[in-house]
Write a protein that binds this ligand. Structure first.
Ligand code: SAM
Length: 452
């Protein structure tokens, strides 16, 4: 178990700070004021290759959308932040819930089994994780699967990881497979890496969700949607205008925000009709992914659990950077820091459409408490005699659940097959005294879990 949790509480900083930035009125290419950060801009030398790549691109095509900037900085196949760095953990730029405590992944493992059982225990179970980081969450889930082997006995279980970073896929293979896996190099192979867990379950790595084979699947995305590129829009007297990234004319090795003088395809199509906020962020890529998830769940059965920091269509400017556990200016030293934006769950719900049932968002605190984190914590504390480890367990519980830390900043949102929330048919021959609409079946985590 991951109780080698050597960090003191005050050293752990979750990626949840929000510093709003107001953008200027439009009317030509104009500089937007930069966001406030805890670390001053230009504290490091810019990473030359990424900055050079971006400035050449802007010189060739003109200012680029924030979404293109974010995509290049994070996932460019050569110089992207996720492609080059091992950014998770105390020595990296940020820490996530699965890295804080094993209990987090274990409770998600219980959620997956609960949804598999509620779906009629299909013979094939694909566990699909989007953006698995160091593989810690999947490892904790697989340990629960091993402990509940008798429950899963009839199921053929496989693990499918959607990961854009070859470097992180190797880290994941190291923690999840017995032999480190092997590159899959057949041209018709959808997966780029394959392996087997110590228990013999097949593991496959893909660059895109659409490469994962069809079939009953439970999808998990933890701190994945916040890393997808967002478009930013500013309301003006002449309608929505897109915020773009340009070269600073006064400092050729620095970037700045500008507001497009005329509509772009994105500003003409992405902001919602009736939108009242002065500034909005739209993650079109996240919307497309949720549509794909919804279609797969409607066609093949299954569920998706999306956990991230976010809001329900209320926030305006949440784009920010993290480096060394501190806020970092998003345009400074591109490629050297993580970039992220809060997930708009109201947008994901809209994009999911009517073919699936949506549950949540509920706070991380509610979800974990409904899943029984208190009972699990008590059991771990009872079995642990070392005072230092007990202290670490309590500190990690506080980080995960306390409203001041991750408890109310992170939210859980689910997509379910519509049949999942339908009332079970009334057994034939049973006469009901009074006609009552039967209560919907509870979904673990989103309602209190009851043990019978
Ligand atoms: C913020 S990390 C979260 C890691 C992990 N889920 C956790 O909570 O510890 C984001 C993960 O998503 C991956 N990722 C980011 N953008 C991606 C994309 N467009 N396609 C696939 N994976 C992506 C990153 O390489 C990384 O593994």
């Amino acid at each position: 178990m991951r109780t080698l949790f050597r960090l003191k509480t005050q050293q752990l900083i979750s990626r949840t700070f929000i510093h709003p930035v107001s953008l200027p009125a439009p009317g030509g290419w104009r500089a937007a004021p930069s966001r406030l950060c805890s670390s001053p801009p230009n504290e490091d030398r810019p990473r030359p290759s990424m900055l050079r790549h971006l400035t050449s691109k802007i010189k060739a095509t003109g200012p680029i959308p924030v979404a293109e900037y974010m995509r290049e900085v994070l996932t460019n196949p050569v110089t992207g932040y996720y492609v080059r760095n091992n950014m998770l953990g105390p020595d990296g730029d940020f820490i996530t819930s699965p890295e804080i405590s094993q209990i987090f992944g274990e409770l998600i493992g219980v959620w997956i089994i609960s949804e598999w059982m509620a779906s009629g225990r299909p013979r094939r179970l694909q566990l699909v994780e989007l953006g698995p980081g160091r593989g810690s969450l999947a490892a904790d889930v697989l340990r629960v699967f091993g402990q509940l082997r008798s429950v899963l006995a009839e199921a053929s279980v496989s693990l499918h990881l959607v990961e854009v970073s070859p470097a992180l896929s190797l880290v994941q293979a190291g923690s999840l497979t017995a032999d480190g896996g092997r590159a899959a190099n057949g041209e018709d192979e959808a997966a780029y890496r394959r392996g087997e867990t110590a228990a013999g379950l097949p593991v496959s790595w893909y660059r895109r969700l659409e490469d994962v084979p069809a079939g009953f699947s439970i999808f998990v995305a933890h701190e994945f949607f916040d890393a997808l590129p967002i478009h930013k829009f500013q309301r003006t007297e002449r309608g929505w205008r897109e915020v773009l990234v340009d070269i600073d004319p006064e400092k050729p090795d620095a970037l700045r925000f500008v507001v497009a003088p005329a509509p772009t395809l994105a500003s003409a199509t992405l902001p919602q009709e009736g939108e009242r906020r002065p500034h909005v962020e739209v993650c079109a890529e996240g919307g497309v992914l949720v549509q794909q998830l919804a279609r797969r769940i409607a066609e093949d059965g299954g569920a998706a659990l999306i956990a991230d920091y976010g809001h329900d269509g209320t926030k305006t400017d949440t784009f920010r950077g993290f480096k060394g556990h501190r806020l970092h200016h998003v345009l400074d030293s591109p490629g050297s820091a993580d970039l992220t934006a809060d997930v708009d769950f109201s947008y994901l719900r809209r994009m999911a459409g009517g073919g699936v049932a949506c549950v949540g968002p509920v706070t991380q605190r509610s979800f974990l408490k409904n899943m029984g984190i208190d009972a699990r914590m008590q059991a771990l504390l009872r079995s642990c005699g070392d005072p230092a480890v007990r202290k670490q367990l309590l500190a990690s519980y506080d980080l995960l659940t306390s409203p001041a830390h991750m408890g109310e900043r992170f939210h859980f949102f689910g997509l379910l097959h519509p049949s999942r929330l339908q009332a079970p048919p009334t057994p034939q021959g049973l006469k009901l005294e009074r006609r009552r609409s039967p209560a919907p079946l509870p979904v673990a985590g989103f309602a209190e879990l009851s043990y019978t």
